[in-house]
Design a protein around this ligand. Structure first.
Ligand code: SAH
Ligand code: MG
Length: 209
């Protein structure tokens, strides 16, 4: 991946180590670009730079979905609260300005399209086939399950399902992403294609979820 884009990704606020970001980039690049890419959980655009760089190389588009109000752990007083992502005027978390700035700095505005809203609301109306789905939104049991059930059916054969924050050991992090990852494998519809840190990359090998 282009050194300038790597720098933009490194400088962006967020939750994606470079090794995982580059693995995501390679997975998206290998996908070939015949279909759209969808990311759930944009935050300040860090992972979107890696995925967007691959989308640009493949002449396709990444849709990056987030309500930009933060997950539970991003709220004031919580573990991952960040003052820079808080809007004093509204008194709420708002990561959209940072997201826009990151994508503009990366020069990826033609290849990364923001969808601002709750994933549940978008999933109910989503029917577009996907070449890649990256799940990195809300980490509660209901949220991860809803994201998987809402969007994974749209993944085309050979398409890529990437899941972040997959921790087998509960001491390292919450279990819902691991549970959905296990469920995807157990369904027989997906096979593991790679793992880097807490990132798991799966490939669709049969229909269903
Ligand atoms: N991929 C990002 C990190 C995402 S953090 C990076 O590279 O840094 C998780 C994001 O999911 C937060 O920005 C939060 O606002 C969003 N989110 C949580 N629940 C959501 C929901 N139900 N709908 C849409 N976005 C949600
Ligand atoms: Mg994450």
């Amino acid at each position: 991946m282009d050194g300038r884009l790597r720098r933009v990704a490194r400088d962006a606020i967020g939750f994606m180590p470079e090794s995982e970001g580059l693995a995501l980039y390679r997975a998206a690049l290998a996908d070939g670009g015949a279909h759209l890419l969808l990311e759930i959980g944009s935050y300040c655009g860090k992972s979107a730079v890696y995925l967007g760089a691959a989308a640009a190389a493949n002449h396709t588009v990444l849709f990056s979905l987030d309500h930009h109000r933060g997950s539970e752990e991003h709220q004031p007083g919580e573990r991952f609260f960040d003052r820079q992502v808080f809007d004093d005027a509204s008194g709420r978390v708002d990561s959209l300005p940072r997201f826009r700035a990151t994508i503009a700095a990366a020069g990826l505005e033609d290849h990364v399209v923001a969808i601002v809203g709750a994933s549940e609301a978008v999933a109910r109306r989503w029917a577009t086939p996907l070449g890649l789905l990256f799940i990195d939104g809300g980490h509660s049991d209901e949220a991860v399950r809803a994201d998987y059930e809402g969007f994974a059916p749209c993944l085309v054969g050979g398409g890529t399902l990437a899941i972040h924050d997959v921790f087998e050991d509960p001491a390292q992090g919450g279990r819902p992403p691991f549970e959905v990852y296990s469920r995807a494998l157990a369904s027989g519809a997906f096979e593991e294609a790679g793992r880097t840190g807490s990132l798991r990359v799966l490939t669709r090998v049969a229909s269903g979820i």
